[in-house]
Design a protein around this ligand. Structure first.
Ligand SMILES: Cc1cc2nc3c(=O)[nH]c(=O)nc-3n(C[C@H](O)[C@H](O)[C@H](O)COP(=O)(O)O)c2cc1C
Length: 170
């Protein structure tokens, strides 16, 4: 893995979120942490900083870690890890040791306390700057609300986070 200047990141953000998926990992590797698969989010510039936004439904166990500690990692993986990401995106860390089930290897990140993964080919280390629960009244078009939410209680919480570091397998 090699540190990359964020300005030089040649990402394909639409494909990397929608088709590639990330693991969103919060907490502290030395005590308690959790991870989940995410495929919704985006990367860009906000408040003069390089940022990513992720959206997390309130019931996710990982959400509790993000709310307790603003630091997290986003890790992207090669195609052969898809099965592991499916496990981590369909089971909850509340109920089982899903990381052991996935076969992936958590490793320390460089800056933040949340771990990254040895098998990842891209790791973003992030610190949340802003948290915004979505509201039904903020939808300008009701179609996404009707399609994706069974109740207002399930609306995503958006986290906009500064990207502190980026590493990529060369
Ligand atoms: C491909 C894929 C993408 C997902 N994207 C998201 C997402 O962007 N936001 C979200 O809240 N849940 C998303 N999920 C669902 C969570 O990963 C899933 O509910 C997970 O089991 C939560 O784990 P936890 O309870 O241990 O945090 C996705 C699942 C999959 C399989």
């Amino acid at each position: 893995m090699k540190d990359i200047d964020i300005a030089e990141w040649s990402a394909k953000p639409f494909a990397e979120f929608d088709k590639g998926w990330f693991l969103l990992t919060g907490g502290d590797f030395s005590s308690k942490w959790n991870t989940m698969t995410v495929s919704w989010g985006f990367a860009g510039t906000m408040w003069g900083k390089p940022v990513v936004a992720v959206v997390v439904r309130p019931g996710r166990y990982t959400r509790e870690f993000l709310d307790a500690n603003p630091e997290f990692t986003l890790s992207a993986f090669p195609e052969e890890c898809k099965k592991a990401l499916t496990i981590l995106g369909t089971k909850s860390g509340r109920d089982c040791d899903k990381v052991a089930l996935s076969g992936l290897t958590p490793v320390p990140a460089n800056i933040v306390k949340a771990p990254a993964f040895a098998e990842a080919d891209t790791v973003l280390e992030c610190r949340a700057l802003y948290r915004q629960p979505m509201t039904r009244g903020s939808f300008l078009d009701s179609a996404p609300f009707e399609k994706w939410y069974s109740s207002e209680d399930d609306l995503h919480i958006a986290y906009i986070a500064e990207v502190l570091a980026l590493r990529r397998r060369q």
